[in-house]
Ligand binder design. Sequence first.
Ligand SMILES: O=C(O)CCC(=O)C1=CC=C[C@@H](O)[C@@H]1C(=O)O
Ligand SMILES: [Mg+2]
Length: 331
Amino acid sequence: MVIPNIDELLANAHPVGLPMRTRFRGIDLRETVLLQGPLGWAEFGPFAEYQDDESALWLAAAIEAGWQGFPTALRNSIPVNATMPAVPADQVPEILAAFGEVPAVKIKVAEVGQSLQDDIDRVAAVRQAAPEAVLRIDANAGWQLQTALEALRRLADFGLEYAEQPVPGIEGLASLRAALLAEQIPIRIAADESVRKESDPLAVARAAAADLIVVKVAPLGGVRRALEIVREAGLPAVVSSALDTSVGIRAGLALAAALPELPFACGLGTVALFEQDVCAPALLPRAGEIELSETVPDPELLQKYRLPEDRVRWWEARLRRVHAQLSQRVM
Ligand SMILES: O=C(O)CCC(=O)C1=CC=C[C@@H](O)[C@@H]1C(=O)O
Ligand SMILES: [Mg+2]
């Protein structure tokens, strides 16, 4: 990959902050940087806790989008799930409405400070509001083995399609998966953090720790690298967002479109969690799918949501450091 020089990146960088409709993974304002490359728009938005070395993969993904282009698409419309933050059950219908009709809903569970009953109430509220949708949950590694077993025994009545990262670590996932099989609880295990945060993203597959993997373009270093990981893992993949604007979502769609098989709806509907996106029209689901289309931010929206000067400087400094890291690597 040819890496553009830092001056070119900085000259084409637009740092923005997008207000969320509902708090999601502790975030009320999603800060990210949009980059205008010669081949299209790109996004660089590692979450604040990501270190520079991990963030280098996010930058590699942005450079692919803006300076290299995406691989060939095998399909032009991608089914997506709605994403339900860990809200009280009474807020479920309103949040769901922003996604329109969807084939699947992914529900966040195991939030710190909440109980299993809160999770069950939220899942029940989704079932009621979307009777036809397939349901899946995401615990973001918030349970330990016994709590996860107890929770999944109770949630099994909702016919869950899969449980995403119910417990931390590859060994944890493998033990839970074995316990579910032994108890004949028919819930698949999906690995997310154990793919995107491990130094070896293929370890999950080797340990038979999951039935499927969740892949995200930015933390994995781009569409091509993610495709390679899915191929080597030999497991079905669900493409999810990293809470990106439509620009980052476009890269997720490119991955979903290039995968030889796409058996599950993807977690790419998350623009619906923003009050507003920088692109008009935004990449939102229509009848449960998002079509691949060019995404070009609206200059007025880039201006409207531009970060204050101190945050702009913070992102510029981060971009410089991460660019230096990436330049030292051979990718
Ligand atoms: O998969 C989805 O439905 C939406 C994306 C999503 O859930 C996430 C996006 C960004 C950060 C992650 O903590 C979170 C996830 O854990 O999958
Ligand atoms: Mg997840």
